[in-house]
Design a protein around this ligand. Structure first.
Ligand code: NDP
Length: 246
């Protein structure tokens, strides 16, 4: 596979770290964003100790200006972005009748507006170079809904609506646009859920266990090679069989 420049948002998180590692293992030049210097420094040192040289550029994906600066920073350091993985995400769970405007808007901004903010600065270059990969990390809860997550499910379902439109607009330019929808993965986001709730979640997963970040990274990598160039507008569920719809 040709070496490409990959930008993975939220690379310092559980799933993002696995995606960064996987893409680097495949020979790509990988970059991610950070927000907090200390946290970023620790993460980068851990990655370097494992032999990974991941480029880090500061930026909040919820800000159009910072997202654009992040892309330009990566371009300066590594060259034009060929692969964008929109992975950064947050939750602010509560039932809708108690949901405050901020809980709604923070989740929509970080999980969905970020997809505009990050993709807009890379798409014209991909079109000009006639090659690109844009991959959204959505969620099983965007497919089936989830009690206490009207904000998150709306944002995650919106990501796939974005995917299938962008896929149509850019198919003739060698750009594929796809979604990966993880089920419950044993990262900090899920381990923060109370243990009794987690046990109930695991009981609903036919494989009988939480997923591993590496299993999401594998799905992301699947969309990248030239052999995958006819796969666009797809949503790949990686959820241990918990939800088998679209
Ligand atoms: P983590 O909380 O471990 O990581 C989230 C990452 O996103 C961190 O690097 C965080 O950076 C970054 N981030 C958050 N907000 C912003 C922002 N405004 N600007 C830039 N970066 C930001 O989450 P996971 O690894 O578990 O999840 C990754 C993705 O997978 C998310 O989109 C999530 O919704 C999705 N997902 C996760 C599932 C799971 O079971 N874990 C299931 C289904 C989907 P910082 O350290 O600065 O906060």
């Amino acid at each position: 596979m040709s070496a490409r420049v990959a930008l993975v948002t939220g690379g310092t998180g559980g799933i993002g770290t696995a995606i960064c590692r996987r893409l680097a293992d495949l020979g790509h030049k990988v970059a991610t964003n950070y927000r907090n210097e200390d946290k970023a420094g620790d993460w980068q040192r851990r990655m370097q100790a494992d032999g990974y040289d991941i480029t880090m550029v500061k930026g909040d994906v919820g800000s159009p200006e910072e997202a654009e600066a992040l892309v330009r920073g990566v371009e300066e350091k590594l060259g034009p972005v060929d692969i964008l993985v929109n992975n950064a995400g947050i939750t602010r769970d509560t039932t809708f009748h108690k949901m405050m405007p901020q809980q709604w808007s923070e989740v929509i901004n970080t999980n969905l507006n970020s997809v505009y903010n990050m993709t807009r600065p890379v798409i014209e270059g991909m079109r000009a170079r006639k090659w690109g990969r844009v991959i959204q990390i959505s969620s099983i809860n965007g497919q089936k809904g989830q009690y206490g997550q009207a904000n998150y499910a709306a944002a995650k379902a919106g990501m796939h609506g974005f995917t299938i439109s962008l896929a149509q607009e850019n198919a003739r330019f060698g750009i594929t646009v796809n979604t990966v929808s993880p089920g419950y993965i044993g990262t900090d986001m899920v381990m923060a859920v109370p243990e009794d709730v987690r046990a109930k979640i695991v009981a609903q997963i036919p494989t009988g266990r939480l997923g591993m970040p590496e299993e999401i990274a594998y799905a992301v990598a699947f969309f990248i090679p030239d052999e995958a160039s006819w796969i666009t507008g797809a949503n790949l569920s990686v959820n241990g069989g918990q939800y088998m719809g679209w």
